[in-house]
Design a protein around this ligand. Structure first.
Ligand code: MIC
Ligand code: SF4
Length: 642
């Protein structure tokens, strides 16, 4: 049997199931990562499971999302994470050390291993040849406890890269092209595996830019081979011993294949408000720009920053533009400061931010009303910047830097300077901001400040439920709609009761109140409901508001898993036309919920208001049936360990 990379890594980690696309399998997890905004939940859940010491090969907790500390809340969260990780065997990357995915790539990722992270951009690790998957915090907590991770065996799409990029065309343009071709729904149930001669022309951080933004395809993950270029990268990180070749067999089979000729690509941009709304920079034209933000886990590697510095050198940021730059890690920032590139950025007028997520998650730098903002990030959902009327375009660092100088969207292929940057033979290695865990059987005290609240746990599934259709939303609703994240809300990630007051507010700000008044009910949605972040708060806040089920045309992978983990049934319309037949505040009744969840794949929902009924489907494995019946994964995990 000839295997592709995805199948090889799955095979060597398979715990249960058959490797047949569409069937449930479970795999052993070697490494985990968390970040602060999902980490508090993940560690509260880990504590609730009650296992004293992590059982993974390496687990790392990062602080990168909320570093503004505009009140005591974040500092409380950080202290909780720092102490709970020390106690239970998890490495702690202190604030200032960098963005989780960038630091993990540099310092911890190992080719051929599995990585589960409580952040949807965990697939960044695929740039190193890892099978790196984003999940909800509870799944990560279970994996830290040694439990297997359950997924649907994915289909594997081969993206055959041929040729070489033209000067100033970037890895970002490759993934934007893939998004243009496949769309934000195109990766669901699939792993995107990169292959072909063109792979050899891309450095590890460039590959990581591509696998990072594979999250926007809805893919399970994306992966590159681990080859001689990977070996060089790990050597330069002082980690050659972590290297091994991970290559597909010569005759490996794939479920689908697309070819991209790198030499034909031109600079691209994702227009507002979806990452797949892609056009060429040339076609969009020289629109005036108000803000340029360079950074994020997609585009803040050393090479990205060096290209930006090269374009900025000796120039001044255009008068009407605010340029902010956040290097991805302390390693990157330190190297830029030592080789003079940081000075070039500062001289040009760039505002240098901390090595953290920053503006990408709306933590500061919200642009002005109606602003045009160019960002090197991975998401441009409406309102994510903190300014609802802002028009965010996603571009490469090269396009961003030149546009900041010119004051309008500019095509960097018009630059007449060389784009050559040398990959350093040795990166600056200093892990002094990574705190090692305490030895086993320690007496570390876990510090729980007042910001750390209990999280909601569902009760057992009821036999029948009645509730109103409390809200009806369109296609492609993101987790940023369901549980918005911004500088005002991020401090409350450990406080679900407070957060629930803002649940689905970008769609309808009366929803939380209505849900409370009616004692809960149902959410009605279009297709790809819950795309984007891995935040379980998008399931926990509805749970807190009494949501009993979500009926949608289709779901995004991580959010659907988070709903099941919270004991909320994700149902899909058997006939999508039924979506149009429900109105908000119709009363819906499901008579045999528990029996159906235990035994069937569908059930009938009565619309009492309209005197009609319609069929919905749900695809649950036997394990998920048990999880649902018990009211969620936490109850299930406790029950299983009795
Ligand atoms: C994001 O990019 O939306 C985040 C913030 O990193 C999230 C995690 C979160 O909501 O905390 C993600 O992508 O999973
Ligand atoms: Fe942080 Fe943005 Fe990356 Fe999410 S997408 S991990 S917020 S940098």
């Amino acid at each position: 049997m000839f295997l592709n990379i995805t199948q090889k890594i799955i095979k060597s980690h398979l715990v249960s199931g058959n490797m047949i696309a569409g069937e449930e399998i479970s795999i052993k997890i070697d490494q985990t990562l968390t970040q602060d905004s999902t980490g508090t939940m993940a560690y509260l859940e880990f504590e609730a499971i009650g296992i004293p010491r992590v059982k993974t090969k390496r687990s790392v907790a990062y602080i990168d999302h909320n570093t503004l500390q505009s009140g005591f809340e974040n500092a409380d969260d950080h202290k909780y994470i720092q102490t709970v990780t020390k106690k239970h065997g998890i490495y702690f990357s202190r604030p200032g050390n960098g963005i989780c995915h960038q630091v993990h790539l540099e310092r911890f990722g190992i080719p051929g291993q599995t990585l589960l992270g409580s952040d949807s951009h965990t697939p960044t690790g695929g740039g190193l040849g890892m099978l790196a998957i984003g999940a909800g915090g509870l799944d990560v907590a279970v994996a830290m406890g040694g439990g297997a991770y359950y997924i649907t065996m994915p289909k594997v799409v081969k993206v055959n890269l041929v040729g070489k990029l033209k000067p100033w065309v970037a890895a970002k343009d490759i993934i934007l092209e893939v998004l243009r071709l496949l769309t934000v729904k195109g990766g669901v149930g699939k792993v995107i595996e990169y292959s072909g001669e063109g792979v050899k022309t891309l450095s590890v951080p460039e590959r990581a830019t591509i696998t990072n933004m594979g999250a926007e395809l809805g893919a399970t993950t994306s992966v590159f081979p681990s080859d001689d270029i990977t070996k060089e990268f790990l050597k330069a990180q002082g980690r050659e011993s972590d290297f091994s070749y991970i290559l597909p067999d010569d005759d490996a089979a794939y479920d689908e294949e697309i070819t991209i000729d790198l030499s034909k690509l031109v600079p691209l941009a994702a227009k507002p408000h979806m990452p797949d709304n892609v056009d060429t920079v040339k076609n969009i034209g020289k629109i005036k720009v108000d803000q340029v933000a360079i950074g994020s886990c997609t585009n803040s590697s050393y090479m990205d920053m060096m290209k930006v510095a090269k374009i900025l050198k000796g120039k001044t940021v255009a008068e009407d533009v605010s340029l902010v730059i956040s290097p991805g890690s302390r390693q990157v920032l330190n190297m830029l400061s030592q080789n003079g590139a940081l000075a070039d950025m500062i001289s040009a007028g760039a505002r240098i931010l901390e090595t953290a997520c920053g503006p990408c998650i709306g933590m500061g730098q919200s642009p002005k009303t109606d602003a045009i903002s160019l960002r090197t990030f991975n998401r441009n959902f409406e309102g994510r910047s903190g300014t609802k009327s802002a028009q965010v375009y996603l571009v490469s660092p090269e396009t961003a830097a030149l546009s900041a100088i010119n004051g309008y969207l500019s095509d960097p292929t018009e630059l007449d300077i060389s784009n050559e940057i040398e990959m350093p033979e040795k990166f600056l290695i200093n892990d002094n901001m990574v705190v090692e865990p305490a030895p086993e059987n320690n007496d570390v005290e876990v510090v729980r400040g007042p910001n750390i609240k209990e999280y909601p746990v569902n009760g057992k599934l009821e036999m029948s439920v009645t509730g109103k259709a409390l809200i009806k939303v369109e296609d492609n609703i993101t987790t940023d709609h369901i549980m918005p994240s911004n500088a005002k809300l991020l401090p409350f990630r450990s406080n679900v009761p407070y957060l629930s007051n803002f649940c689905l507010a970008p769609c309808d700000d009366k929803f939380p109140e209505r849900a409370k008044e009616n004692g809960g009910g149902f959410i009605i949605a279009g297709s790809n409901y819950g795309q984007g972040s891995s935040r379980e708060h998008a399931a926990l806040a509805p749970l807190y508001l009494g949501i009993k089920g979500v009926i949608a045309k289709s779901f995004a992978r991580i959010h659907m898993a988070n709903l099941i983990n919270s004991g909320i049934l994700p149902m899909t319309f058997a006939d999508e036309a039924d979506y149009d037949k429900i109105d908000m505040m119709d009363t819906l009744v499901i008579d045999n919920l528990l029996d159906s969840v235990k035994n069937d794949n569908s059930l009938v929902v009565k619309n009492v208001t309209k005197g009609t009924e319609f069929k919905v489907n749900f695809a649950l494995s036997d394990r998920q049936r048990d999880i649902m019946a018990l009211g969620g994964l936490l109850n299930y995990t406790k029950e299983m360990s009795k």
